[in-house]
Design a protein around this ligand. Structure first.
Ligand code: UDP
Length: 359
């Protein structure tokens, strides 16, 4: 059997790397195709995990559009699939890379395996275009690796055959364990932030860019000023995000704005923070492993497990609602909450399933 793993963005590398590495450890024939949808952040993350792509589609262009990414991938991936003839192509999550590669595999009659299948916001336009991407990928996949029972239920409700769905946990916990076992996080943290107590903030979602992002930043600024506390914000590379962040809080002394940090440093920041405010999907899944509470700065989440387990609050994007949620976060104790996203053995489960080895 031959396996192809594809990714193009930072979160995909994080969640694919542990599975790819597990397959390599088991001496499987496996190779990576990187689309480089987000060149710099993808490359940095590949270095962290020490993995290399056999093929790099190099699709990123200045001012790229969703359609230009799809078009480039659809031109460049099929010849590779023809040459290599993998048996299974792994995609992860809900990016334009994952959707385009899944369709190419489908056209080439290569089986698709979807890591993190079944996440749904149930609103086709929010998050955009991710909700459409995940639905399309799940339709063309032979192996649907759902991280939780809820994700599995979403797929069953859509009529996907039960024998294609496997509940395996989230590979993000595997990635995180790899990192925490190999690095001294407190030491890394002390190199980035000098303060004992801080809130960690990340913002990047397309649908939050604009007024919503200004409201979120204003709420966080208000809370930080009231409590006289620092906010650490690794500013996403998207120029539209950067403009709003620098215009809104660029001169606020409570904010420490830094460039996006490598994954190890980010986990060090997460481990040491008081609580998190974020619109990121991955960060919602990572925070419970460190026992951290998450204020989700979105109107919807496809990770309801976070809220139900007591690890998070869905705060919306209004200034008042975010501020209120931060006050709740500051009063929350998490002693008994249980991590809903897995145990770090998801990669092994995936390998056993595709190889037909009993669990
Ligand atoms: N992350 C990182 N450095 C940063 C900010 C985030 O390595 O400066 C990691 C974070 O741990 C998470 C992932 O990037 O796993 C999230 O990526 P993003 O928020 O861009 O995407 P999403 O998860 O929402 O798809």
């Amino acid at each position: 059997m031959k396996y192809c793993f594809v990714f193009g963005t930072r979160p995909e590398v994080i969640k694919v790397a542990p599975v790819y590495k597990f397959f390599i450890e088991k001496n499987e024939e496996a190779f990576i195709v990187a689309t480089a949808q987000h060149r710099e952040m993808m490359d940095t993350m590949m270095n962290v995990f020490g993995i290399e792509a056999k093929y790099d589609l190099n699709v990123m262009t200045h001012d790229q559009t969703l359609d230009s990414v799809v078009a480039s991938i659809m031109q460049r991936l099929p010849p590779i699939l023809q040459r290599e003839r993998p048996d299974i192509l792994f995609v992860q999550g809900d990016t334009t890379t994952a959707m385009s590669c899944a369709i190419c595999a489908f056209h080439s009659k290569v089986q698709v395996a979807h890591i993190e299948a079944g996440l749904r916001s149930h609103d086709l336009y929010d998050p955009f275009p991710e909700e459409m991407n995940r639905r399309v990928i799940d339709v063309v996949s032979t192996y649907l690796f759902a991280p939780t029972e809820k994700a599995r239920d979403n797929l069953i409700k859509e009529g996907i055959a039960e024998d294609r769905i496997y509940t395996v946990g989230n590979t993000v916990v595997d990635a995180l364990k790899m990192i925490t076992n190999s690095f001294d996080l407190p030491q890394m943290r002390s190199r980035i932030v000098p303060f004992e107590r801080y809130i960690l903030l990340t913002l990047h979602r397309r649908e939050n860019i604009g007024e919503r992002m200004v409201s979120i930043l204003s709420a966080v600024a208000k809370f930080a000023e009231e409590r006289n506390i620092h906010v650490v914000l690794p500013v996403h590379k998207n120029p539209n995000v950067r403009r709003i962040v620098f215009d809104t809080v660029g001169s606020n002394p409570h904010f420490k704005l830094i460039e996006p940090v490598d994954y190890v440093s980010f986990l060090a920041l997460l481990e040491g923070c008081w609580f998190v405010v974020t619109d990121s999907g991955g960060v919602q899944e990572e925070a419970p492993s460190f026992g951290k509470f998450v204020v989700v700065a979105r109107r919807t989440t496809e990770r309801p497990e976070l809220i139900e387990s007591g690890f998070g609050i869905l705060a919306g994007t209004e200034e008042n609602s975010i501020h209120e949620a931060m006050v709740s976060a500051s009063e929350t104790k998490l002693d008994t909450a249980e991590n809903p996203f897995g145990d770090g053995k998801t990669s092994e489960r995936i390998w056993r399933i595709v190889r037909g080895v009993s669990q």
